[in-house]
Design a protein around this ligand. Structure first.
Ligand code: SF4
Length: 68
C-alpha cells in the first residue's frame, strides 16, 4: 500500500466516477492504495478518451472527493 495525497486521483471525485466501489471508498477513507488499482477518470475533458489512471496519478482537474 502507498500513501495517497490531496491532488492525486485516488482522492479525486472523478476517479472511477459513476461506479463507486468498495476499493474506491477504502482509498478515500484510508488515504492509501494498492498501486495496481487502475480506473477511469470521469473528468469531462478526459471521459471521452477513457483515460485510465492510478490512485497516485493526478492532473489540474482534481476535485476533492466528498468524504466517504
Ligand atoms: S486525472 Fe485528474 S480529474 Fe482525473 S481522477 Fe485524476 S486528478 Fe481527477
Amino acid at each position: 500500500m502507498e500513501s495517497v495525497h490531496d491532488g492525486q486521483c485516488g482522492l479525486c471525485t472523478h476517479f472511477g466516477e459513476g461506479h463507486k466501489t468498495d476499493v474506491l471508498v477504502s482509498i478515500r477513507t484510508k488515504h492509501e492504495a494498492d498501486l495496481k488499482v487502475l480506473d477511469e477518470c470521469g473528468h469531462p475533458r478526459h471521459a471521452a478518451l477513457h483515460l485510465k489512471v492510478t490512485p497516485i496519478s493526478g492532473c489540474d482537474g482534481f476535485v476533492p472527493a466528498a468524504a466517504a
